[in-house]
Design a protein around this ligand. Sequence first.
Ligand code: UDP
Ligand code: MG
Length: 218
Amino acid sequence: MLLLQRSVFKRLLQHFYSGNQGNAKSLVPAALPAGAAGHRNKSRRITFHSIAVPGERERTLIAIKPDGVQRRLVGQIMQRFEQRGFKLVGLKMLQVSEDLLSQHYCDLRTKPFYPSLLDYMSSGPVVVMVTFLSSLILVWEGHKVVQTSRTMVGHTNPAEAQAGTVRGDFSFHVSRNVVHASDSPEGAQREIQLWFHSKELLKWECCDQTITCEDAKA
Ligand code: UDP
Ligand code: MG
């Protein structure tokens, strides 16, 4: 953002020093490098610099559990991921089958809380989404999407989750912790394949992608 402001400011200065009396309003959109990373405006010899940083990108699966849906927290939780810079590529609401849940939580089958976890997760609809994080945020935060979303979601036990995390702000007991987030890139891949058909995941371009992500078309 700072670089973008500098770029706009530099362009305004050059415009006025060159004696151009054109309408300054028209300069602002021109200064935004829409798809113009490294583009040189020959008439005014102004170089636009890409503000994006290339990097690795990942997908992760986030689910708003039945208590989150019942408590009408869907909008607030989704807003946090949008605000952070995640790109939504898949979204659905469903009543989860026991079969899907047993596959999703296969690692926890021997845990004492497993039966009540299945009851909880099948007690009502869940909203499940696949998100993607632009490389700018990855580099900026030093985290990958899976790690970043786990940090945003907070500790499994809301009593230990920090304020500001989803669980730290919206829940107080481990048995009703509102949201699920994949815990590793491999786990995310497995869960995404379990919850979504590949045709349900959309490939689309954010209108701001040239600002937030250099290789967003990949
Ligand atoms: N859970 C529970 N009691 C526990 C631990 C976990 O009810 O003592 C539930 C809780 O809903 C948690 C889910 O089981 O989110 C999966 O547990 P996991 O250890 O994978 O935690 P998560 O990855 O969700 O943070
Ligand atoms: Mg887990």
